[in-house]
Design a protein around this ligand. Sequence first.
Ligand code: ZN
Length: 261
Amino acid sequence: MTINTVVWGENIHEHINETVRSIYPDGMHNTIADALNTNPEISATTATLQEPEHGLSQERLDKTDVLVWWGHKDHGAVQDEIVERVAKRVWEGMGLIVLHSGHFSKPFKRLMGTPCALKWREAGERERLWTINPRHPIAAGLPEHFELENEEMYGEQFSVPEPLETVFISWLQGGEVFRSGLTWRSGAGNIFYFRPGHETYPTYHDANVQKVISNSVKWAYNPVGALKSIHDAPNVPVDKALEPIEERGPKLHKAGEAGYR
Ligand code: ZN
Protein backbone atom coordinates (compact mmCIF):
# COMPACT_ATOMS: atom_id res chain seq x y z
CA MET A 1 0.00 0.00 0.00
CA THR A 2 1.39 3.36 -1.02
CA ILE A 3 -0.15 6.76 -0.42
CA ASN A 4 -0.77 8.43 -3.79
CA THR A 5 0.33 11.98 -3.18
CA VAL A 6 0.27 14.94 -5.56
CA VAL A 7 2.50 17.92 -4.76
CA TRP A 8 0.95 20.97 -6.40
CA GLY A 9 3.31 23.85 -7.12
CA GLU A 10 2.42 27.27 -8.44
CA ASN A 11 5.81 27.14 -10.24
CA ILE A 12 6.21 30.86 -10.93
CA HIS A 13 8.95 32.21 -8.64
CA GLU A 14 11.36 29.49 -9.82
CA HIS A 15 11.13 30.91 -13.34
CA ILE A 16 11.32 34.63 -12.64
CA ASN A 17 13.58 34.97 -9.60
CA GLU A 18 17.27 34.00 -9.70
CA THR A 19 17.47 33.40 -5.91
CA VAL A 20 14.53 30.99 -5.91
CA ARG A 21 15.85 29.22 -9.02
CA SER A 22 19.29 28.74 -7.41
CA ILE A 23 17.75 27.13 -4.31
CA TYR A 24 15.16 25.06 -6.20
CA PRO A 25 16.56 24.49 -9.72
CA ASP A 26 13.96 21.75 -10.35
CA GLY A 27 11.15 23.73 -8.73
CA MET A 28 9.91 23.66 -5.14
CA HIS A 29 7.26 21.03 -5.97
CA ASN A 30 9.91 18.60 -7.21
CA THR A 31 12.09 19.15 -4.13
CA ILE A 32 9.11 18.41 -1.88
CA ALA A 33 8.03 15.39 -3.96
CA ASP A 34 11.59 13.97 -4.04
CA ALA A 35 11.78 14.20 -0.25
CA LEU A 36 8.40 12.45 0.10
CA ASN A 37 9.51 9.70 -2.27
CA THR A 38 12.38 8.71 0.04
CA ASN A 39 9.59 7.25 2.20
CA PRO A 40 8.53 3.80 0.90
CA GLU A 41 4.93 4.34 2.06
CA ILE A 42 4.51 7.40 -0.15
CA SER A 43 4.35 7.71 -3.94
CA ALA A 44 4.50 11.40 -4.84
CA THR A 45 4.05 13.05 -8.24
CA THR A 46 3.70 16.74 -9.08
CA ALA A 47 1.18 19.08 -10.68
CA THR A 48 1.56 22.75 -11.57
CA LEU A 49 -0.57 25.79 -12.27
CA GLN A 50 0.54 25.86 -15.92
CA GLU A 51 -0.73 22.37 -16.83
CA PRO A 52 -4.23 21.85 -18.32
CA GLU A 53 -6.71 21.90 -15.39
CA HIS A 54 -3.65 22.80 -13.29
CA GLY A 55 -2.70 19.11 -13.42
CA LEU A 56 -5.77 18.26 -11.31
CA SER A 57 -8.23 16.50 -13.60
CA GLN A 58 -11.16 14.79 -11.89
CA GLU A 59 -9.69 11.43 -12.85
CA ARG A 60 -6.35 12.27 -11.24
CA LEU A 61 -7.91 13.73 -8.10
CA ASP A 62 -10.10 10.64 -7.71
CA LYS A 63 -6.90 8.59 -7.45
CA THR A 64 -5.16 11.06 -5.14
CA ASP A 65 -5.00 10.19 -1.45
CA VAL A 66 -3.25 13.36 -0.30
CA LEU A 67 -2.75 16.71 -2.07
CA VAL A 68 0.09 19.02 -0.97
CA TRP A 69 -0.36 22.69 -1.98
CA TRP A 70 2.21 25.49 -2.36
CA GLY A 71 1.09 28.73 -4.01
CA HIS A 72 1.89 32.42 -3.55
CA LYS A 73 2.18 34.84 -6.46
CA ASP A 74 -0.96 34.14 -8.44
CA HIS A 75 -3.60 32.42 -6.28
CA GLY A 76 -6.22 34.15 -8.44
CA ALA A 77 -5.13 32.23 -11.54
CA VAL A 78 -6.44 28.97 -10.09
CA GLN A 79 -9.79 28.27 -11.78
CA ASP A 80 -12.79 28.22 -9.47
CA GLU A 81 -13.97 24.96 -11.02
CA ILE A 82 -10.73 23.26 -9.93
CA VAL A 83 -11.00 24.79 -6.45
CA GLU A 84 -14.48 23.31 -6.07
CA ARG A 85 -13.22 19.95 -7.34
CA VAL A 86 -10.45 19.94 -4.72
CA ALA A 87 -12.85 20.93 -1.93
CA LYS A 88 -15.27 18.15 -2.87
CA ARG A 89 -12.49 15.57 -2.84
CA VAL A 90 -11.41 16.77 0.62
CA TRP A 91 -14.99 16.38 1.88
CA GLU A 92 -14.98 12.86 0.44
CA GLY A 93 -11.81 12.03 2.37
CA MET A 94 -8.76 13.20 0.40
CA GLY A 95 -6.08 14.65 2.68
CA LEU A 96 -4.87 18.21 2.09
CA ILE A 97 -1.54 19.65 3.26
CA VAL A 98 -1.30 23.41 2.80
CA LEU A 99 2.16 24.95 3.00
CA HIS A 100 3.27 28.48 3.94
CA SER A 101 1.76 31.14 1.61
CA GLY A 102 -0.89 28.60 0.64
CA HIS A 103 -2.81 30.15 3.57
CA PHE A 104 -4.26 32.54 0.96
CA SER A 105 -4.84 29.87 -1.69
CA LYS A 106 -8.38 29.50 -2.98
CA PRO A 107 -8.83 25.85 -1.86
CA PHE A 108 -7.69 26.63 1.70
CA LYS A 109 -9.91 29.72 2.01
CA ARG A 110 -12.84 27.75 0.54
CA LEU A 111 -12.41 25.00 3.13
CA MET A 112 -11.73 27.31 6.09
CA GLY A 113 -14.48 29.83 5.29
CA THR A 114 -12.54 32.63 7.00
CA PRO A 115 -10.08 35.31 5.75
CA CYS A 116 -6.96 33.18 6.60
CA ALA A 117 -4.98 36.43 7.04
CA LEU A 118 -1.85 36.97 9.15
CA LYS A 119 0.98 39.43 9.87
CA TRP A 120 4.18 39.06 7.86
CA ARG A 121 7.70 40.47 7.38
CA GLU A 122 10.43 39.35 4.99
CA ALA A 123 13.65 39.84 7.00
CA GLY A 124 15.39 36.45 7.11
CA GLU A 125 14.60 35.92 10.79
CA ARG A 126 15.40 32.82 12.81
CA GLU A 127 12.31 30.69 13.39
CA ARG A 128 12.12 28.31 16.35
CA LEU A 129 9.36 25.74 16.00
CA TRP A 130 8.15 24.16 19.24
CA THR A 131 6.62 20.70 19.09
CA ILE A 132 3.80 21.25 21.56
CA ASN A 133 1.91 18.02 20.79
CA PRO A 134 4.77 15.49 20.90
CA ARG A 135 2.60 12.35 20.69
CA HIS A 136 0.79 13.57 17.59
CA PRO A 137 1.63 11.43 14.50
CA ILE A 138 2.77 14.56 12.63
CA ALA A 139 5.36 15.18 15.38
CA ALA A 140 6.83 11.65 15.23
CA GLY A 141 10.63 11.71 15.40
CA LEU A 142 10.85 15.47 15.83
CA PRO A 143 12.70 17.18 18.67
CA GLU A 144 11.06 19.40 21.29
CA HIS A 145 12.13 22.35 19.16
CA PHE A 146 14.06 22.98 15.99
CA GLU A 147 15.31 26.07 14.18
CA LEU A 148 15.29 27.47 10.66
CA GLU A 149 18.01 30.13 10.43
CA ASN A 150 16.21 32.26 7.84
CA GLU A 151 12.49 32.48 7.42
CA GLU A 152 9.76 34.97 6.67
CA MET A 153 7.88 36.10 9.78
CA TYR A 154 4.23 35.13 10.04
CA GLY A 155 2.48 36.50 13.13
CA GLU A 156 -0.85 36.11 14.83
CA GLN A 157 -3.69 36.74 14.48
CA PHE A 158 -4.03 33.93 11.96
CA SER A 159 -7.71 34.21 11.06
CA VAL A 160 -8.61 30.55 10.60
CA PRO A 161 -11.28 28.55 12.46
CA GLU A 162 -10.18 27.16 15.81
CA PRO A 163 -8.13 24.07 14.82
CA LEU A 164 -8.80 20.50 15.83
CA GLU A 165 -5.22 20.21 17.09
CA THR A 166 -2.17 22.45 17.33
CA VAL A 167 1.01 20.47 16.70
CA PHE A 168 3.62 23.26 16.42
CA ILE A 169 3.94 26.87 17.45
CA SER A 170 6.68 29.15 16.16
CA TRP A 171 8.70 31.91 17.75
CA LEU A 172 10.27 34.33 15.31
CA GLN A 173 13.31 36.46 15.99
CA GLY A 174 11.46 39.76 15.98
CA GLY A 175 9.25 38.56 18.84
CA GLU A 176 6.07 37.43 17.11
CA VAL A 177 4.57 33.97 17.63
CA PHE A 178 2.47 31.89 15.26
CA ARG A 179 0.49 28.64 15.37
CA SER A 180 2.58 26.94 12.72
CA GLY A 181 1.16 23.41 12.57
CA LEU A 182 -2.63 23.10 12.70
CA THR A 183 -5.11 20.33 11.85
CA TRP A 184 -8.77 20.34 10.87
CA ARG A 185 -11.34 17.78 9.74
CA SER A 186 -13.59 18.93 6.89
CA GLY A 187 -16.22 16.40 5.90
CA ALA A 188 -14.28 13.13 5.77
CA GLY A 189 -10.96 14.84 4.91
CA ASN A 190 -7.98 15.66 7.08
CA ILE A 191 -6.35 19.06 6.57
CA PHE A 192 -2.95 20.18 7.90
CA TYR A 193 -1.46 23.65 7.57
CA PHE A 194 2.32 24.01 8.01
CA ARG A 195 3.83 27.50 8.17
CA PRO A 196 7.51 27.42 6.99
CA GLY A 197 8.49 27.54 3.32
CA HIS A 198 9.28 31.04 2.07
CA GLU A 199 10.63 30.68 -1.45
CA THR A 200 13.87 32.65 -1.02
CA TYR A 201 15.17 30.33 1.75
CA PRO A 202 16.15 26.64 1.52
CA THR A 203 13.39 25.55 3.92
CA TYR A 204 12.24 22.52 1.92
CA HIS A 205 15.77 21.10 1.97
CA ASP A 206 15.65 21.00 5.79
CA ALA A 207 15.43 17.47 7.22
CA ASN A 208 13.01 18.38 10.01
CA VAL A 209 10.68 20.21 7.63
CA GLN A 210 10.76 17.24 5.25
CA LYS A 211 9.91 14.93 8.15
CA VAL A 212 6.93 17.08 9.18
CA ILE A 213 5.56 17.05 5.62
CA SER A 214 5.97 13.29 5.18
CA ASN A 215 4.46 12.64 8.63
CA SER A 216 1.53 14.87 7.71
CA VAL A 217 0.91 12.99 4.45
CA LYS A 218 0.76 9.72 6.40
CA TRP A 219 -1.50 11.29 9.03
CA ALA A 220 -3.88 12.79 6.43
CA TYR A 221 -4.22 9.54 4.47
CA ASN A 222 -7.66 7.98 4.69
CA PRO A 223 -7.31 4.23 3.91
CA VAL A 224 -11.06 3.49 3.62
CA GLY A 225 -11.61 5.37 0.37
CA ALA A 226 -13.96 8.11 -0.78
CA LEU A 227 -17.18 8.84 1.09
CA LYS A 228 -19.18 9.84 -2.00
CA SER A 229 -22.45 9.91 -0.05
CA ILE A 230 -21.27 13.01 1.80
CA HIS A 231 -22.81 15.13 -1.00
CA ASP A 232 -26.23 13.44 -0.80
CA ALA A 233 -29.22 15.01 0.93
CA PRO A 234 -31.90 12.32 0.60
CA ASN A 235 -35.55 12.87 1.44
CA VAL A 236 -36.63 9.92 3.62
CA PRO A 237 -40.29 9.02 2.88
CA VAL A 238 -42.78 8.63 5.71
CA ASP A 239 -43.18 4.90 4.99
CA LYS A 240 -39.40 4.42 5.25
CA ALA A 241 -39.16 5.92 8.75
CA LEU A 242 -37.56 3.47 11.19
CA GLU A 243 -40.58 3.66 13.48
CA PRO A 244 -44.18 3.85 12.18
CA ILE A 245 -45.32 7.47 11.95
CA GLU A 246 -48.36 9.25 10.57
CA GLU A 247 -47.89 12.30 8.41
CA ARG A 248 -49.20 15.43 10.14
CA GLY A 249 -49.54 19.13 9.39
CA PRO A 250 -49.05 21.13 6.22
CA LYS A 251 -46.14 20.46 3.88
CA LEU A 252 -44.23 22.19 1.13
CA HIS A 253 -42.62 19.33 -0.77
CA LYS A 254 -44.27 16.58 -2.81
CA ALA A 255 -43.34 12.98 -2.05
CA GLY A 256 -40.02 12.03 -3.60
CA GLU A 257 -39.17 15.61 -4.56
CA ALA A 258 -35.50 16.68 -4.40
CA GLY A 259 -34.72 19.39 -1.87
CA TYR A 260 -33.42 22.85 -2.75
CA ARG A 261 -29.66 23.54 -2.93
ZN1 ZN B 1 6.60 33.63 1.96
